[in-house]
Design a protein around this ligand. Structure first.
Ligand SMILES: Nc1ncnc2c1ncn2[C@@H]1O[C@H](COP(=O)(O)OP(=O)(O)OP(=O)(O)O)[C@@H](O)[C@H]1O
Length: 293
């Protein structure tokens, strides 16, 4: 699905990258201002590869990438002033203190907001004289986020920011992302395989499976159009012939099937049935869970 004529903070077109055992195939992602996009995919789906290509950390074979209308990598210097990125392995030097880390990072950014940094350090109780090596995994993620947002970027790209964190720290990190988009000129793209995190804070969901986009859609409209249809009784088999149903199967009490066009289904369906909403996790498994990881 595409967005209207809103300003796109990120526009990825036809991104392709081939590795010996994997291909990212014709990936298209567009992200308007004021949006949190959850980028979901199973292990090895290609999320990190996509994000690295956006950041020009790997060279795509094909495709066009624009950030705030500027082409990458041609405008890389200007673009990186507007982007905060935390990759799959945070680039923190364990031998430094937080203070040394901040001093080092500050010199690269004219827009550095020291007041926001101080507030965030206090909010997350990170002492400046603490060595990075002494920070817990959760503290390191928070420190990386403080560094990634200190130059007040418009776009935040985060590769699995909540992976491996306990539920309290995960919630704090998600709250920080919600705070970030309070300014509606900003957006976040964060990859994850924790569907509940995406369901909690994302406005838009993009699912990548085996290197291709399965869907990229507004979360509410996505969850609105899918339903599990439960048809009780063995006499309901005929109802499963509906072209609006897929993955139909017999159950102990009757039949179930799924529809991605619920509004149409409810108009035309007859007989005895009821519909159940799917969680994002159920939808994700339904659409990507056909094969072993
Ligand atoms: N430099 C590389 N050379 C060869 N293959 C690579 C390289 N980088 C990634 N791959 C392969 O590309 C595929 C996608 O990897 P990627 O890290 O993008 O997936 P991911 O969706 O981020 O997975 P995860 O959730 O496990 O982090 C994997 O099969 C991986 O082995």
């Amino acid at each position: 699905m595409t967005h209207n004529n809103e300003q796109l903070l990120l526009d990825v077109r036809h991104l392709t990258k081939t590795y010996p055992d994997f291909q990212l195939k014709d990936v298209n992602v567009s992200l308007p201002a004021g949006t949190i996009m959850g980028f979901l995919g199973r292990n090895g789906a290609g999320k990190s590869t996509t994000m690295k290509a956006i950041m020009d950390l790997i060279k795509p074979d094909e495709g066009a990438i624009h950030i705030l209308g500027m082409p990458m990598p041609e405008e890389e210097v200007a673009v990186k002033e507007q982007v905060g990125y935390v990759g799959d392995t945070p680039l923190l030097n364990n031998a430094w203190t937080m203070e040394q880390t901040l001093r080092f990072a500050r010199q690269f950014y004219p827009n550095w907001n020291e007041e926001a940094v101080e507030q965030n350090l206090e909010r997350f109780a990170i002492a400046k004289d603490k060595k990075i090596s002494a920070l817990s995994k959760g503290m390191k993620v928070k420190a990386s986020l403080i560094l990634a947002t200190a130059h007040e970027p418009k776009l935040l790209l985060l590769d699995e920011p909540t992976s491996g964190l306990d539920p309290v720290v995960r919630t704090e990190v998600l709250e920080m992302l919600l705070d970030f988009v309070q300014d509606e000129n900003r957006s976040v793209l964060f990859s994850s395989h924790i569907t509940s995190d995406v369901e909690k804070i994302a406005d838009w969901v993009t699912v990548l499976d085996d290197g291709h986009i399965v869907f990229s859609e507004d979360k509410e409209s996505l969850l609105d159009r899918y339903r599990r249809i439960v048809i009780p009784g063995k006499s309901g088999q005929q109802a499963t012939d509906s072209p609006l149903l897929f993955h139909c199967q017999a159950t102990a009490g009757g039949y179930i099937g799924y529809t991605d066009r619920f509004q149409q289904f409810r108009k035309f369906a007859t007989g005895n049935w009821h519909a159940e909403r799917l969680t994002l996790e159920e939808l994700f498994v339904l659409l990507t869970g056909r094969k072993e990881a």
